[in-house]
Design a protein around this ligand. Structure first.
Ligand code: ZN
Length: 185
């Protein structure tokens, strides 16, 4: 497997590995249609020898406004906030890890948000797009690499017009109201 964990504690490593295993299980039986090249890219990241993806511990970051995670190229940084203090929150890491893996697989913000919310429930830790995310979607013409949205119905479909997910009403959640602060690539 080509995910390399760096600088995490034993507990954190276990949580990440559990999240990774959960993502692998969903990938084996995807909850919604998934474009083949996206599935191939995710499988390669998770199971093939290449590419090697470094997942790095970013500590507490620089305080206020530090995201939960960020990614650039073949590197994902997970910050302390991603792990939380509440043991019930631990499996919330899976949607976050999945989201960043989609970026590594070349997905845009829109792809990452769509598949995160299609594969994981809010109870599992998926976070619907924030108002800031919607601003970004607008800038990106409501398109991702693999998906697009009908901005009126908020139904997301892939390039073969298959239904992926329907987002809740825009801005139902403000960015400051919870721990969804996240950086974009
Ligand atoms: Zn993202």
């Amino acid at each position: 497997m080509a995910i390399r964990l760096r600088d995490f504690s034993a507990v954190q490593r276990r949580l990440i590995q559990r999240s990774q295993a959960l993502v692998e299980r969903r990938l084996a039986k995807p909850p919604c249609p998934i474009p083949r090249d996206m599935a191939d890219a995710l499988r390669a990241i998770l199971a093939a020898e290449r590419p090697i993806v470094d997942v790095v511990y970013g500590g507490s970051g620089d305080g206020h406004g530090t995201p939960l995670a960020r990614s650039a190229g073949y590197r994902i940084t997970l910050y302390q906030r991603a792990f939380g203090m509440d043991p019930k929150r631990e499996n919330r890491l899976a949607p976050l890890v999945f989201h960043e893996l989609i970026h590594v697989a070349r997905g845009w913000e829109f792809d990452a948000e769509a598949f995160e919310n299609a594969w994981f429930t809010p109870a599992e830790g998926a976070r619907p797009p924030t108002r800031d995310d919607w601003d970004l979607f607008r800038e990106q013409h409501y398109q991702g690499w693999w998906v697009c949205v009908n901005k009126r119905t908020r139904r997301v479909t892939d390039y073969a017009d298959r239904f992926i997910v329907a987002f809740p009403a825009k801005g139902a959640r403000s960015r400051k109201s919870d721990d969804a602060i996240r950086s974009e690539r």
